[in-house]
Design a protein. Structure first.
Ligand SMILES: CCCCCCCC(=O)SCCNC(=O)CCNC(=O)[C@H](O)C(C)(C)COP(=O)(O)OP(=O)(O)OC[C@H]1O[C@@H](n2cnc3c(N)ncnc32)[C@H](O)[C@@H]1OP(=O)(O)O
Length: 249
């Protein structure tokens, strides 16, 4: 066995404690830009590209909503002093783990080629274009999502699985920030109206309640102006030990 259990555990420990998840997001040192995505230490990410920043494929609605939330990440006080605003943009990279170098749970091909499902193409605009913002005080996350042409389900509309992916992402991000390492245990989606391919929609998620290891999140997807309800969702996330996840136990 190329990797002993001990070495794997040491690597996992290097990721840092669970509490760093919440503390790094709330720490003043992260003001302006959140240096971690969803709580994992920045050293775990490929820094080559932050996919949550605008690119040439973003349409007017995507840009409008991005500017709306981004402008509230920093507020200018009297005298020109800048302060943290209520929202934080969550940076987004195409790989979560960089430290796992093979062994029983990741072979070398998977290790080198694995990419986050929602960030698996560098081609702007073809699939999932999105950015997440987090509001600590209100315990909610919003996602702005522009659906590219590779996400077709019913003709001219977004595949339900692609919509579910984005719902899982925005609810999962919130659960992870609020509760530390979690996995989705249940996602209950009502699809109310199909989402036109190429359109920009708004995903909103808020904390419903926490009960022991369980974090309940509600979510809805609406048109960018909020007038049309596309989906409403309840989601359950269960806290896990991150090391158990990597060890497959
Ligand atoms: C980077 C962007 C973020 C994107 C986020 C993406 C998140 C994901 O997609 S994760 C991948 C998909 N999810 C998975 O693969 C999870 C697979 N499932 C599991 O690992 C396990 O079943 C797991 C951890 C959910 C629950 O394990 P289990 O051993 O049953 O946990 P256990 O400790 O017994 O249960 C905890 C509580 O949750 C409840 N629970 C567990 N599963 C469910 C469920 N499906 N429905 C309702 N309740 C449940 C239990 O009843 C228990 O409740 P209580 O404490 O009141 O008795």
């Amino acid at each position: 066995m190329a990797w002993s259990l001990g070495r794997i555990c040491k690597s996992v420990q290097r990721l840092g404690s669970l509490s760093s998840v919440q503390s790094q997001l709330s720490h003043p040192a992260t003001s302006g830009s959140v240096r971690t995505m969803l709580g994992l230490p920045s050293s775990c990410f490929s820094k080559t590209r932050d996919f949550s920043l605008p690119n040439s494929s973003w349409g007017p609605e995507m840009m409008r909503l991005y500017k709306h939330y981004n402008s509230q990440c920093e507020v200018v006080m009297e005298g020109g002093v800048k302060q943290e605003g209520p929202w934080r943009r969550l940076p987004s990279y195409n790989r979560v783990l960089k430290y796992a170098t093979g062994g029983v749970y990741l072979n070398k091909i998977i290790q080198s080629k694995a990419r986050l499902f929602t960030r698996n193409t560098g081609d702007p605009g073809v699939a999932f274009e999105y950015v997440l913002f987090f509001n600590r005080e209100e315990q909610r996350c919003v996602g702005i999502f522009q659906a590219g042409h590779l996400l077709e389900g019913p003709p001219g509309h977004v595949h339900g699985g692609a919509t579910a992916t984005m719902i899982d992402t925005v609810t999962g991000a919130l659960a992870l920030i609020l509760s530390g390492p979690v996995v989705t245990a249940n996602l209950n989606i009502n699809y109310r109206k199909p989402i036109p391919l190429g359109s920009t929609v708004l995903l909103e998620s808020s904390l419903d309640r926490k009960e022991g290891k369980k974090t309940f999140i509600t979510s809805k997807v609406t048109s960018s102006d909020g007038s049309k309800l596309h989906t409403d969702t309840t989601a359950l996330f269960v806290s896990i030990s991150f090391s158990n996840l990597l060890l497959g136990s």
